[in-house]
Design a protein around this ligand. Structure first.
Ligand SMILES: Cc1ncc(COP(=O)(O)O)c(C=O)c1O
Length: 396
């Protein structure tokens, strides 16, 4: 049988990247006691108010078809957040509701890039971006994010990667996996290049509420960049609600009008009861994000304290988010070999940095969404494993 080229472009996207994670899960299912630090799923419980709002909406019969753009009440609630943030008049016409940041990214990229185009994105990058770019037929062009610059994209690196085929810059701040945060100045400098080359900016802001200190900045809030910026985000992280699949796109009105048929063709409107629950989430104070952020910040300190001055492994404390990178290059092992060895010898499951791009070589990513005592125990085992490699000469 014949299949469309998209099935080729997306084939085997996940399997290699997630091999250590899946092996960890399989071993746990067979009874091994694995400490799983490979996934960043929020561990602060969901606010019962969200469950109540969802149940109430279901009982009220909010189970029919929805508005193709998303329910008006929710779009207004989302618009209010961005109006407050940017100080501009953002309305429901600037918003489309989609099931999670993932579909918001997919739909937005479908609306902006096509075969023959290039999409610029930092490396390392969130693992799902590869598929989102490839699905359109566009080519990914990596902009190196360097540890020496705190993994913040540098204007000269962006400029060097631009070609006549460049169409979109995909930004993610706070960043997964590095935890880097772009300042308003960083964004202005990158944005100037985008203006010069007439590029769209897609800004993945799913970790907006997870800065350990400092101020969040977005290209959407910069008036010079607003007309070329599309924000994608969701309540997955901010409200510990990834299973509800509730996210959105916020961008220029014309962009949203053009994207509506794309979204409707795929989805025909997200669920009204999820919309009501999300509107409730966005219009009521909740301490979920604060508690998760504080837990993650505390666990960064635990990792750094426990690993201490271990010569072969160096934590790189993030400025935000749910993950920390550890530099394991001094062991002499590749990121893959280190992550596999750590799983085999110490039963700690992490992600090799190379699952997030070539620039992830030399790092492993540790998720900070497990209880403090497990994070401490895992850190002890990581240090012990790194030491054993160094003393056995296995890494040389
Ligand atoms: C950077 C980034 N973007 C998007 C997502 C997916 O978010 P959602 O659950 O809203 O689809 C994640 C999830 O881990 C992420 O880390």
């Amino acid at each position: 049988m014949r299949y469309a080229p998209i099935t080729e472009r997306l084939a085997n996207l996940g399997s290699d990247k997630w091999a250590v994670h899946f092996a960890g899960r399989a071993r746990a299912a067979q009874g091994e006691e694995i400490i799983e630090l490979s996934i960043g799923a929020p561990d602060v419980p969901i606010d019962p108010g969200l469950i109540a709002a969802c149940t109430q909406a279901l009982e009220a019969g909010r189970t029919g078809y929805a508005d193709g753009r998303g329910e008006a009440g929710l779009r207004t609630a989302i618009a209010r957040h961005y109006a407050n943030r940017s100080g501009r008049a953002i309305t429901a016409d600037n918003v489309l509701c989609l099931p999670g940041t993932q579909t918001a990214l997919f739909t937005t990229m479908t609306g902006l890039a096509t075969a023959g185009d290039e999409v610029l994105v930092g490396d390392p990058l969130y693992a799902a971006y590869d598929g989102i770019i490839r699905s359109t037929g566009a080519d990914k062009v990596s902009v190196p994010l360097k540890a020496a610059h705190g993994f913040r994209m540098q204007p000269e690196d962006l400029a060097a990667a631009i070609t006549p085929r460049s169409r979109v810059l995909l930004l993610n701040s706070p960043h997964n996996p590095t935890g880097a945060v772009l300042s308003a100045g960083d964004i202005a400098a990158l944005g100037e290049i985008c203006i010069r080359h007439d590029l769209w900016i897609i800004s993945d802001e799913v970790y907006e509420h997870f800065l350990f200190d400092g101020t969040f900045a977005s290209p959407f809030d910069n008036p010079a960049l607003a007309e070329r910026t599309v924000v994608v985000s969701s309540i997955s992280k901010s409200h510990s609600a990834p299973g509800f699949r509730s996210g959105w796109v916020v961008g220029p009105k014309e962009f949203c009008a053009r994207l509506q048929p794309v979204s409707e063709t795929m989805l025909f409107g997200s669920q009204p009861f999820i919309a009501d629950m999300t509107a409730w989430a966005l219009t009521h104070d909740s301490d979920t994000a604060r508690r998760q952020r504080e837990a993650c910040a505390r666990r960064v300190r635990i990792v750094c304290d426990v690993i201490g001055n271990e010569p072969a492994v160096r934590p790189l404390p993030p400025a935000a988010g749910m993950h920390i990178l550890l530099d394991i290059s001094a062991t002499g092992l590749s990121a893959e070999a280190f992550a596999w060895g750590l799983l085999d010898d110490e039963k700690v499951c992490t992600m090799p940095g190379t699952s997030f791009g070539a620039a992830g070589e030399g790092f492993i990513r540790v998720s900070l969404t497990s209880p403090d005592d497990l994070i401490a125990e895992a850190s002890r085992r990581i240090a012990r494993f790194a030491r054993s490699i160094a003393s056995s000469g296995r890494g040389t």
